[in-house]
Design a protein around this ligand. Structure first.
Ligand code: ZN
Ligand code: ZN
Length: 583
């Protein structure tokens, strides 16, 4: 599960935007006033980021598209600065825990907007930050309103597409080669949204013929604009393209804004490197112990990394049949719930059972498992555990997939995605509903919790302490550990592709394809891959700290429930509040 805030959906407003920061009196109920302020803040934010609003299920500004020019930057900065000013009117000490964390999260978001525009400037070097087809496809295919209403709004919105791409060509200075290639690929890929999806939708709609022909005219202009943009990217003179590596300075700040950790990136890096070493040691010990059981009579490799790899390859052969992939997951959920009850690890609300379903068609292709939760504006929606089907896969592909998600890893995946990982966290987060936390929630807290529960479950005896289970868990944990090392080293320490692939295949025991895909991901994104290990480390450290402080009084169940009661806030703020309470 990835949680990425997309703020690059730059589009022009015609109506003026007025953000009046009302001064709040320090007398009266600060919490009540802060609640009012938050509502106004979100509404303003949607005015400025209409594409993001639609993606969250808020459709009031569906017909608006901003042109990404200097005027739009000014508008965003005015919004951010006015709200930073408004925040000053509140006395943090008088706010409830929930409002305190919301306050910090809003402040972080606003500062991040200012920094993105003034320092990060990805609009100058990332041509892939310009793409309209995703938003357009969403309006055509998502049934949140009648087709005619959606198409009508889309018709108005599309009028700005030519200006949008023209502004994009003016903004670009020395784009990276990698993001230029991505932009060409993704923008060309998006043309079919206008040429197929939209054409078909217009056939079905009952709009007047005049409006239909107006919309298809806009669509043709949009396609023309996209193709010109792609031509521009293919032929633009770019003698000294920027490196895709973010560099130390920008990375440090981005890490601060996106991860909001109590540690610096360098501190977490040091932890990741020593954690990797520790994992290798443990894995070598287990592998040596298991060797006679699986390789009786064969000589054990002297090289410990080779030994670990052979053990992992052997254990990966133990997996379910392709036809029973979904059934296996289905059967696992009650087993996890029973274990948690038996060991008294956390309360699981029986009135909110998790619905396991076959992955819907529109998600097909991305096999595996994921949680779909309803957005913050759709309170009645179900939460599903989507499980991919392997039907139609050729034998080799299915086999390699099933070896990856073998009997052991599949269980760890269920812990991570479902219970007590993402799904359980979500149920708790919904109990103290905060629109701010659903919109600006900390990916590091959310992913960190899921990664933390994997280890916690095994520590509590899940899998009967079998060495096989632990070995495969360590391999899985190496993935998030190396994700951090990779991201940080590539973007701030000039790590070469060769060294990166070496890290992933030889030290994290990944397949070549997986490693190549990861290299692509790290050259197109930054900091994102850090959230898993950082959150996990912070949560684990906090737990151990409180265990020490409370001694005999420490109860794991209470600690878990208390920790989750703060919602998807950054761990460093939860830590502050939990430690404060204990005083
Ligand atoms: Zn996850
Ligand atoms: Zn097999």
């Amino acid at each position: 599960m990835q949680h990425e805030k997309i703020l690059t959906l730059a589009l022009l407003i015609i109506a003026g935007f007025g953000c009046n920061s009302k001064k709040t009196e320090s007398t009266g109920d600060q919490n009540q006033q802060f609640d009012q302020y938050k509502n106004a803040f979100v509404e303003h934010m949607w005015e400025i980021y209409p594409g993001w609003a639609s993606s969250q299920g808020y459709h009031k500004f569906d017909s608006v598209m901003f042109v990404p020019n200097a005027e739009y930057d000014t508008k965003q900065l005015a919004f951010a600065n006015a709200n930073l000013d408004s925040l000053k009117a509140f006395d943090l000490k008088k706010l409830s825990d929930n409002n305190k964390t919301d306050f910090y999260m809003i402040e972080n978001q606003l500062k991040s907007i200012v920094w993105s525009i003034n320092e990060m400037k990805s609009g100058e070097w990332n041509p892939a930050s310009y793409n309209v087809s995703g938003e357009v496809a969403e309006m055509i295919n998502n049934n949140y309103d009648s087709l005619d209403v959606r198409l009508h709004n889309l018709g108005i919105k599309m009028k700005n597409i030519p200006a949008y791409y023209e502004a994009a060509t003016k903004n670009l200075k020395n784009p990276t080669v990698e993001h230029t290639e991505l932009a060409i690929e993704q923008n060309m890929g998006g043309v079919s949204v206008f040429e197929n999806d939209l054409v078909n939708a217009l056939k079905e709609s009952k709009l007047s013929d005049a409006e239909k022909s107006e919309i298809s005219n806009q669509a043709k202009l949009a396609v023309g604009a996209i193709k010109s943009y792609v031509d521009f990217l293919k032929t633009m003179k770019n003698d000294s393209p920027r490196s895709f590596r973010l560099g130390e300075e920008l990375y440090k700040k981005k890490f601060e804004f996106d991860i909001q950790s109590g540690y610096t990136a360098d501190e977490v890096l040091a932890k990741a490197i020593s954690h990797k070493k520790e994992l290798h040691q443990k894995m070598a010990e287990i592998s040596a112990k298991l060797w006679p059981k699986y390789f009786a009579g064969q000589e054990m490799p002297k090289d410990s990394m080779l030994l670990i790899r052979q053990m992992i390859d052997k254990l990966s052969l133990i997996h379910v049949h392709p036809d029973s992939f979904q059934i296996a997951i289905d059967k696992q959920i009650p087993v996890l719930v029973d274990f948690i009850k038996e060991k008294n690890l956390i309360y699981i609300d029986p009135s909110k059972p998790l619905v396991v379903r076959k992955e819907p068609d529109y998600m097909a292709g991305v096999a595996g498992a994921s949680i779909s939760a309803p957005g913050p504006y759709d309170k009645t929606g179900n939460t599903y555990y989507n499980v991919g089907s392997l039907s139609g896969w050729d034998k080799d592909r299915a086999e390699s997939y099933l070896r990856e998600y073998n009997q052991y890893i599949l269980q760890i995946l269920n812990i991570h995605e479902a219970i007590p990982g993402h799904y359980t966290q979500l149920v708790y987060a919904n109990q103290s509903p905060s629109l701010i936390k659903s919109l600006l929630g900390s990916s590091s807290m959310v992913e960190g919790w899921a990664v933390y529960t994997e280890r916690m479950m095994l520590e509590e005896g899940y899998g009967n302490n079998e060495p096989e289970m632990w070995l495969m868990y360590y391999k899985w944990n190496l993935r998030s550990t190396c994700n951090f090392i990779l991201d940080n080293s590539v973007h701030t320490k000039n790590m070469s592709k060769e060294d990166a692939l070496n890290l992933l295949t030889n030290e994290a025991f990944q397949q070549k394809t997986e490693a190549e895909n990861k290299w692509r991901r790290v050259s197109l994104t930054s900091v994102q891959l850090c959230c898993y290990f950082t959150g996990y480390t912070e949560i684990y450290d906090l737990r151990e700290e409180m265990k020490k402080k409370q001694g005999d009084k420490f109860k794991l169940k209470d600690w878990h429930e208390k920790f989750l009661s703060y919602g998807s806030a950054p761990v460093k703020y939860i830590r502050e509040l939990m430690l404060e309470e204990k005083k």
